[in-house]
Write a protein that binds this ligand. Structure first.
Ligand code: 13P
Ligand code: SF4
Length: 377
């Protein structure tokens, strides 16, 4: 088994992928909540069916309460694919809005209210970097068919790269199916960028002894022999929000609330997923609480906004954050400020499109192949 420690990043991650970033005009900065809600509702009723708002489970309350659909990244990509509206306003992060742009028709426009909503994990596997690693990895196993799988949390150019090599996209709700698809087609999987999702999926498939880790930032972290011997190669990316959870948090919550059950997201470390009662995507976490009996206690190991939504949506269940005040919010998701939502909607009423996400045509076609392969599994 390989080491699973997280290396300090030694590269500069380019967090803001799009350079058409437009800042919030000062007149929108200090809106009171009541006024803002009224203005958002007025703009939405003016725009009618021309607009649909998709909200990821990690968005703030003031965003999800205006969303037409709330869900995990897989559900939102399906909603985007089915949307008829001219404008899809994405309450989420850049890679999700890119996927929506890829999946929707050319006449539809995807707007990300704040362009600063960039997931750091997606920046940990840049297409150029993966392309050069690919040469080393394929050289290490020249007789093997390696299928690259990228987690949805990646940019369109990496999705396009994966499609070009026979690979596909997965989300936290279908990673095991994506691995099965890949092993049907080839001998090895390169899993990008989240090593924890990859390791947890390998366990689910009883392939935990088949793992090699590829650390692109560390010359010692790329072992060609290990790649040659292993069926699953994990890129060394991770999510800071989920890496924070430890086994100790589970032990502490169980000591304090012996009746509590624990559910965590598969971006958590392997030992945390193993110690939990259940692991799953953000929609699995929602369903678990929704279907819990009144009075049950569930401790949640994921981004804090979702835990807070579940506390509001299901007061009959005792919902606890797994590590109390130490649970983090996602800085990227938090960039979607309701003032930005007000601004982009009022601009649309005036006929102005702000903060449009438009994937480059040369990436779009192939990235769509990778997403369609996922939607078909
Ligand atoms: P889900 O696919 O479970 O919604 O997760 C997305 C995400 O970014 C988790 O950090
Ligand atoms: Fe990215 Fe983690 Fe935020 Fe999800 S929670 S969007 S993986 S930084």
């Amino acid at each position: 088994m390989v080491k699973m420690e997280t290396a300090e990043l030694e590269t500069d991650l380019s967090l803001f992928k799009y350079d058409n970033l437009e800042q919030l005009p000062p007149r929108y900065r200090d809106l009171e909540e009541d006024e803002r809600t009224e203005r958002i509702e007025a703009a939405l009723s003016e725009l009618g069916d021309d607009v649909v708002i998709l909200g990821h489970n990690y968005q703030r309350r003031e965003i999800v309460e205006h969303a037409d659909f709330i869900g995990d990244s897989y559900q939102l990509s399906k909603e985007a694919a089915n949307a008829d509206a001219e404008y899809v306003i994405f309450g989420g992060v850049t890679f999700m809005a890119e996927s929506a742009d890829i999946i929707t028709d050319d006449e539809q426009t995807v707007i990300l209210p704040s362009m600063e909503a960039s997931c750091p994990m997606a920046g940990m596997a840049e297409a150029l970097q993966v392309d050069s690693a690919w040469a080393e990895i394929t050289d290490a196993a020249p007789d093997a068919d390696i299928v690259p799988i990228t987690y949805m949390n990646s940019y369109a150019d990496l999705k396009a790269f994966c499609a070009s090599q026979g690979g596909l996209v997965c989300t936290s709700s279908n990673a095991h199916e994506a691995f099965e698809y890949a092993f049907d087609k080839g001998d090895k999987v390169l899993c990008l960028p989240d090593k924890h999702l990859g390791e947890n999926t390998a366990h689910r498939l009883d392939m935990e002894d088949e793992i090699a880790e590829w650390d692109p930032w560390d010359p010692e972290g790329k072992d060609a022999d290990e790649v040659a011997e292993s069926d699953i190669i994990l890129w060394d990316g991770y999510c800071q929000v989920h890496e924070r959870f430890r086994e100790d948090h589970i032990a502490e919550i169980r000591a304090e609330h012996p009746e509590a059950k624990v559910i965590v997201h598969p971006e958590c470390r392997r030992e945390v997923v193993e110690a939990a009662d259940k692991a799953g995507s953000t929609s699995t976490i929602c369903e678990t609480v929704e279907t819990a009996d009144p009075g049950e206690t569930w401790a949640i190991g994921t981004e804090i906004h979702l835990t807070e939504h579940l506390q509001r949506w299901h007061p009959e269940v005792n919902v606890l954050p797994l590590c109390g005040d130490a649970c983090m919010d996602c800085n990227a998701m938090r960039q979607i400020d309701p003032n930005y939502l007000t601004w982009v909607l009022e601009e649309l009423v005036e006929g102005q499109e702000r903060n449009v996400i438009e994937v480059a045509p040369e990436e779009k076609e192939l990235a769509e192949v990778a997403l369609e392969r996922m939607l078909e599994i």
